[in-house]
Design a protein around this ligand. Structure first.
Ligand SMILES: [Zn+2]
Length: 720
């Protein structure tokens, strides 16, 4: 039985009237009657359609909208044309064929049959209906023009179709440019060739975007607990007109559209003609495991114990607990500062100096997998966006996301720093300083009249490391002018090192040789992968940490006034002290940013929404350790290189002495040991208490330091 077309048109009209679509259509018509005298072959109208509302009115029309969009569009086109004629809305519009109606869907039913998964094969692309696709934008072209519509007339002037709007070509979803415009059309009346009336051509904007499935991110992660093997291939989406520039590279989207097969030279590619673009909701709410809740209640009396235990037992899958605590805390702080939202956060970039890059890479690869956008950069590709020719026949410039943009809102681990070329390191430094990169698109090469510059924000924290064994074996020149605590990193530019928020020296106390326990752990895991080694390691699983981070990184934290004034006090005092010293190393404004980011991160890691002075203290200690490694002790005592390691031990010894003496008289200059956050061996409840006592001393000394050199006082008056 044929569906009753007239009835469906009636229902479409009722729907337009009730949904306010008719009023909008009438208003849109007025735009075409405005003062612009440009002749149009086609008139484009957007009609917002809620499939659920239409199904409620009439199931058959609802079915058309969802499953036979071409037929549904025809019905609405006919209704709109009748409206234009009866109400004399657009003078220039003569035939129904001149109407380009686009039904914009508000949503699709949340049923599996409407989801087109990019990793499932085969796709159903024969039924030209709406699907929803979710993915991450990995490449996009610049916006170019396409032909929305064109008017053709018969070339024989005697023929009645040599005028009028008999032959109007309108772009339909999935059509290529050649389908709309060609020179082999013939008149159906006299078979003379048709010619295009150029002054009526209507152009629209077009952009080609490549998506990958969210799950494909796991292919870029170094260490995966996820054992499923999936097929990953990028997927092309066409954005036209009002949808151009709606997507940002590196972001995640849901796209409603119609799949189409594109003939592209000899290859057939499956693409999606987008109908609407949506930002997916941030999934949640998240909750943390009972084990962490219990730990939180056990440590509720201290501001530091919870994060200490967290760091201590972190990554026990790849590292025995208790070693590299400083590094593991820094990693956790960096992870917790990542975000799913499309906004900026304070970044915690880590640069680690290590003698054992194998272990370090294991820890970092493992840690990356705990956040949705942890990307292990693959050496064969680029870190930063690049430009290449679009492969979809247009030849326009296409920007490829590469690792840094793929890691948007997450972490990009770029491996050994010196493995990157000099110009790439300069680019990295600029990105670390400005959080953006600019790419240059030469017009000539990509068929454009003008050159273009595109600036792309890079919302990513970077991790990298320097292999000390490797870099020291490369050069044989001994440095005689190193300051105490300063590391000899001459192979890497000081400005680049400075651009990383935290510099960490990954070393262990001489009491504990990390190699043996690590290899023991690896052997045990290889023999008994499922069995946990002891109670300490069984405490928290990878999943526990994953859930914990999902929860804590979404906390919204605010500074309490005391913490805020402490951070500014420390910053100003520290600047003052450093300006007066002989080294003359000023603190940059970036220093304040990293201090704020670290304080926020420590509060989040403690599952608090208020940033307290205690969080600022941890941030300051980490920051000071990093600064000592970068610049050496503030005293400016020059020591020979071979003394450096002894000097570190001496400072550590001094610190232990200072922590035990009750006075704070020695705190006029605030200086810290290289591993100021975990100065003791860490194995029992006792050492936790000992550390708390030590941190309380540090807190007092920090307050004293700010009082001496901070904003309220003057250095001179104090020296009097
Ligand atoms: Zn003709």
């Amino acid at each position: 039985m044929r569906p009753d077309l007239l009835k469906m048109k009636e229902i479409a009209l009722i729907y337009l009237d009730r949904s306010g679509g008719l009023q909008k259509f009438v208003d849109d018509c007025k735009l075409y009657n405005g003062d612009s005298k440009q002749s149009c072959a086609v008139f484009r109208f957007l009609i917002l359609v809620n499939p659920a509302d239409i199904i409620e009115l009439d199931a058959v029309l609802g079915n058309y909208v969802l499953h036979e969009p071409v037929k549904a569009t025809k019905i609405f086109q006919s209704v709109c044309f009748t409206a234009v004629k009866t109400l004399s809305l657009v003078q220039q519009l003569q035939t129904e064929a001149q109407m380009n109606i686009v039904l914009k869907l508000t949503h699709l039913p949340s049923l599996p049959s409407y989801v087109l998964s990019l990793c499932k094969f085969p796709f159903d692309y024969t039924t030209q209906r709406f699907y929803i696709v979710e993915g991450i934008v990995v490449a996009m072209t610049t916006v170019t023009k396409y032909t929305q519509g064109a008017r053709f007339v018969c070339s024989d002037e005697a023929c009645q179709f040599s005028e009028g709007f008999q032959y109007v070509r309108v772009h339909i979803p999935g059509a290529t440019e050649s389908a709309t415009l060609r020179n082999d059309f013939v008149c159906s009346l006299c078979t003379s060739p048709l010619r295009e009336d150029m002054k009526y051509r209507v152009l629209g904007d077009k952009q080609v975007v490549e998506l990958i499935d969210n799950k494909a991110i796991s292919a870029f992660q170094g260490f995966s607990t996820n054992k499923i093997h999936l097929r990953f291939q990028s997927f092309t989406v066409f954005l036209r007109d009002e949808l151009s520039n709606k997507m940002k590279i590196g972001n995640r989207y849901k796209v409603i559209g119609i799949p189409v097969c594109m003939q592209n030279s000899l290859q057939e590619t499956l693409c999606l003609e987008a109908n609407s673009v949506h930002c997916p909701n941030i999934t949640g709410p998240y909750c943390i495991s009972e084990k962490f809740k219990y730990l939180l209640s056990l440590t509720s009396k201290s501001y530091w114990k919870f994060t200490a235990v967290l760091a201590n037992s972190f990554a026990s899958q790849v590292l025995p607990p208790g070693i590299y605590n400083n590094l593991k805390l820094a990693i956790l702080l960096s992870l917790v500062q990542t975000t799913d939202r499309d906004d900026t956060t304070g970044y915690v970039d880590l640069l680690v100096m290590t003698n054992d890059s194998l272990i370090l890479e294991r820890v970092m690869n493992y840690s990356l997998c705990l956040v949705p956008r942890g990307i292990r950069h693959i050496p064969s590709s680029d870190v930063f966006p690049t430009v290449s020719k679009d492969k979809h026949g247009t030849g326009t410039a296409s920007i490829q996301a590469n690792s840094a943009l793929l890691a948007k809102g997450g972490i990009c681990f770029i491996g050994e720093l010196s493995s990157h070329k000099k110009d790439k390191l300069e680019q990295l430094q600029s990105v670390l300083e400005n959080r953006a990169t600019t790419i240059y698109i030469p017009g000539k090469k990509y068929g454009e009249d003008t050159d273009q510059q595109v600036t792309l924000p890079i919302h990513t924290s970077f991790w990298s490391f320097i292999d000390m064994d490797f870099s020291s074996s490369k050069k044989h020149v001994q440095k005689d002018n190193l300051l105490i605590g300063q590391m000899d990193l001459n192979s890497v530019s000081a400005n680049l090192i400075d651009a990383f928020g935290l510099l960490i020296h990954c070393s262990e106390t001489p009491l504990c040789n990390p190699i043996l326990p690590v290899s023991n752990l690896i052997f045990k895991k290889a023999i008994q992968p499922e069995e946990a080694d002891d109670v300490m390691q069984q405490q928290f699983t990878t999943q526990d940490y994953e859930e914990f981070l999902a929860f804590s990184r979404n906390l919204h934290v605010e500074f309490c006034p005391e913490a805020e004034s402490m951070i500014h006090g420390y910053y100003l005092a520290s600047r003052r002290v450093r300006t007066h010293s002989m080294i003359g190393s000023n603190l940059s404004a970036a220093a304040l940013k990293i201090l704020i980011a670290l304080s926020e991160a420590h509060a989040k890691l403690s599952l608090r929404t208020k940033v307290l002075e205690e969080d600022v203290l941890i941030a300051v200690l980490l920051f000071e350790s990093s600064l000592t490694l970068k610049q050496g002790e503030k005293g400016g005592i020059i020591k020979k290189k071979h003394l450096v390691s002894h000097a570190l031990e001496n400072i550590l010894g001094d610190w232990a002495d200072q922590a035990h003496s009750d006075g704070v008289s020695g705190a006029s200059v605030f200086c810290v040991a290289p591993n100021a956050v975990f100065p003791f061996e860490f194995n029992s409840e006792d050492s936790l208490n000992q550390r708390d006592a030590y941190l309380k001393q540090c807190h007092l000394q920090l307050i004293q330091f700010i009082a001496t050199y901070g904003p309220a006082t003057h250095v001179l008056s104090n020296e009097d």
